[in-house]
Each structure stands twice: as structure tokens, then as C-alpha cells.
Design a protein around this ligand. Structure first.
Ligand SMILES: [Fe+2]
Length: 339
């Protein structure tokens, strides 16, 4: 694109020689006698650069500079000034002039300053385009990455759900148990004000809390009669078997406390570690409540399903014994069991 330069000087001769010199460089030039005339040209035409004298009749160069910059802050302006007016030249620089040249203006110096000004402009435009491209690229990549992350997360959750269903299938009376425990645990956690990140860990932990049952014989899990003490002891190994299964897999590290400690009791009489009260990880205390509820609500081989009133009565009895009283209260008050 051809660069257009507006030359402003009250001396016609200066305008003339300057435009002739700059036209030799391939620029097209227009001239004006004072600021007012220049402004008139400036509003009507597209200029890429203005060269202006400072002291002129009607409107001086400083005034012109202010008016031009108000409309077009990036406009390149070179001021021409007599030596005694150096203060004005400095003020022009403060107002955003690109350069100033002392009178009598050396034409080579003017041509060089113009060339440098355009180079600076070109560089700035290039940098801007580059930045815009970069921003767009980052934005595109971010969107793609977020989509991929969501897909991956969903795939992860889906496969863990399949695994949870496989765990539940070991015990035909507990079909859908893990998913119900997951749902109820998440509701309790919401009421406790869990962060999104902590909720996610809890979600996986609730789904997988019984993963250790994979290592328990089906005959025991499916036994129609009540378990004898030896069998009961074997069942009690499932939290530690679960830990063994997921140990060493990074993804499961923060779910281990739920797998290990969901059978602890608030009074310290649970297993495998006999932890009490707040020593039991909060996530494990949460899971323990819906886990017990859902087990009682399911048909068991050796007994009929209990009525809701009977279950809630039984659970109330265990407040502060088997269950964290605070969590049990939320569970019953907020009717989480209806989830
Ligand atoms: Fe369990």
C-alpha cells in the first residue's frame, strides 16, 4: 500500500522541496499551509504520516498534533522546529510525536526519519497480528483441550462405574449398591460444602469402596444363611484387599482412605484400623452412612428387607456409635435416603 504523507508548513518552498524529496522515496504527498488546513485534509483523507512545522498562523503544530492524536492516537507525526523552540518540540514528543527535526530541516534527515517511522509502524503491526494469532491459537487449543479433558473424564467415570457394577454383581443382593452410595454420598458432601475437586475424589471413592470384595469368595458373599465367625472375619478383609488392588495406581491414591476405612465406627469399634471420631477420614465417615442404609434396605439372603422406619430407627440408635452424629443427622434430616 502506498504511504501518504501530509506536509504542513507556512513556507510554500519548504513544502515543495520536502514533498519532492519524499516522492522520490515512493511516497505520495499532500501539503497544507497551516494547522487548520492540515486538519481539513486529515479529516477528509487517509494519511499514514504527518510532517508539521510548529510555528504557523491560524493553528500551530502543537494544536494540530493534539487534534490529530485525539482522533487517531497511532498517527505518526514528525515535528519540524526552529532551535529556539526546542521546548515546544519536547512538548510535542510528550504529546505523542514520533520525532522532531531542527530547522533548517536537512532533507536526508527527514527522509530517514520518515523511513524509520514507517518501519516502526510495520513492526508494531506485525507484532499485533502475531499476538492476535497467538491469542486465537491459545483459545482454540484451550477449547480443544477442555473438550478432550471432559471426554476423558467421562470415559474414566464410565469405566469406573462398570467396575463398580462388576463389584456389585459379586453380591446379587447389592445390584446398583455402589451407584446409590455414590449418589447419596455426593449429596451429603454438597451439604457439607465440599469443593468440586474433593467431590470428584469422593465420587470415585464411593463407587469403588467395596472393590476389595473382588477378593472375597462368592460362596461367602452369596451365602443364604447368616455368616459364621470365620466367614465374617474373611468378609472383614475386603477393605485391605481393596487397598492392595488399587495401591500403586496413582489415580486411586486419594481414594484409598475411603476403600480402607469405610467400615470404621465412630466409637472406634470398627475395622480394619479401629479409628475413632475425626481420626476416621471424613470421606469414609460419609460413605459409611449410605452404605449401611443401602445394605439394610436391600433384601439379604438370610433376612427380609427392613422397612424404612425400622432402618431409620436402627440408624438413630447408632448415632455417635457406628455413625458420625453430624453426618447421620444430615442424612436423616435432609432425607438423603430418598435420593
Ligand atoms: Fe464394604
Amino acid at each position: 500500500m502506498e504511504e501518504r504523507i501530509l506536509i504542513v508548513d507556512d513556507e510554500e518552498m519548504i513544502c515543495h522541496v520536502m514533498s519532492r524529496r519524499l516522492m522520490r522515496e515512493g511516497y505520495s504527498c499532500a501539503t497544507a499551509r497551516n494547522g487548520k488546513e492540515a486538519l481539513h485534509h486529515f479529516y477528509k483523507n487517509n494519511f499514514s504520516l504527518i510532517i508539521s512545522d510548529i510555528r504557523m498562523p491560524e493553528m500551530d503544530g502543537i494544536e494540530l498534533l493534539k487534534k490529530v492524536k485525539a482522533v487517531h492516537p497511532n498517527m505518526l507525526v514528525i515535528m519540524i522546529t526552529a532551535y529556539p523552540e526546542i521546548d515546544l518540540a519536547l512538548e510535542a514528543m510528550r504529546l505523542g510525536a514520533y520525532d522532531f527535526i531542527i530547522k533548517p530541516a536537512d532533507l536526508e534527515l527527514v527522509a530517514m526519519s520518515v523511513k524509520r517511522a514507517f518501519e516502526k509502524k510495520r513492526l508494531e503491526e506485525e507484532v499485533e497480528v502475531y499476538h492476535k494469532n497467538l491469542e486465537r491459537l491459545v483459545e482454540e487449543r484451550t477449547v480443544k483441550l477442555q473438550q478432550a479433558y471432559r471426554t476423558l473424564k467421562k470415559a474414566y467415570l464410565d469405566s469406573v462405574k462398570v467396575l463398580a457394577e462388576a463389584i456389585d454383581a459379586k453380591d446379587p443382593y447389592l445390584r446398583g449398591h455402589s451407584d446409590r452410595v455414590r449418589r447419596m454420598s455426593l449429596q451429603i458432601a454438597t451439604l457439607l460444602g465440599f469443593s468440586e475437586e474433593r467431590m470428584e475424589i469422593l465420587e470415585y471413592g464411593a463407587l469403588l469402596h467395596d472393590i476389595g470384595k473382588i477378593g472375597i469368595k462368592d460362596e461367602i458373599l452369596r451365602k443364604p444363611e447368616a455368616l459364621n465367625p470365620a466367614e465374617y472375619e474373611m468378609i472383614q478383609e475386603h477393605p485391605l484387599i481393596g487397598v492392595k488392588i488399587v495401591e500403586g495406581i496413582d489415580f486411586f491414591k486419594d481414594k484409598i482412605p475411603m476403600i480402607r476405612n469405610h467400615h470404621e465406627r465412630f466409637d472406634g469399634q470398627g475395622y480394619p484400623d479401629g479409628l475413632a471420631g475425626e481420626h476416621i477420614p471424613l470421606e469414609a465417615r460419609i460413605i459409611a452412612v449410605p452404605d449401611a442404609f443401602d445394605a439394610m434396605a436391600s433384601l439379604r439372603p438370610h433376612r427380609k428387607a427392613m422397612s424404612l422406619e425400622a432402618i431409620l430407627f436402627e440408624m438413630e440408635e447408632q448415632k455417635g456409635k457406628q455413625f458420625d452424629p453430624n453426618i447421620l443427622e444430615i442424612f436423616i434430616k435432609e432425607k438423603i435416603y430418598k435420593a
